[in-house]
Design a protein around this ligand. Structure first.
Ligand SMILES: C[C@H](O)[C@H](O)[C@H]1CNC2=NC(N)=NC(=O)C2=N1
Length: 96
């Protein structure tokens, strides 16, 4: 079973993810993505869904028109784990 990152591991990992913000409820990281319109937002969500399913790690997210808010947390660990860091990097790659 995957474990939560230690404070030191978390600080190191977040230094590589400047666009993600730590959140406490749930314990994880969050980023907002904004697109031109709903089609852009939903296309992005489709790509995130496919890579999340491949990684067997899934976001908590919401969508309003052209905006997608994502929170990454690991339910199995009760907080932020390396699996969230890995998925955040993949998502950042999609959004570039
Ligand atoms: C059985 C399956 O591997 C687990 O339930 C996975 C699926 N996706 C998951 N996604 C997230 N965000 N956290 C998890 O703990 C998690 N667990």
């Amino acid at each position: 079973m995957i474990g939560k990152l230690t404070d030191e591991e978390r600080a190191l990992a977040l230094a590589d993810l400047p666009q993600w913000t730590p959140v406490s409820d749930p314990d994880g990281i969050s980023r907002r993505f904004t697109f031109t319109d709903f089609v852009g937002a939903f296309g992005f969500m489709t790509r995130v869904a496919i890579l999340s399913e491949k990684a067997d790690h899934h976001p908590e997210w919401s969508n309003v028109y052209n905006r997608v808010d994502i929170v990454l947390t690991t339910h199995d660990a009760g907080g932020l784990s390396q699996r969230d860091i890995d998925l955040a990097k993949l998502i950042d790659g999609l959004a570039e």
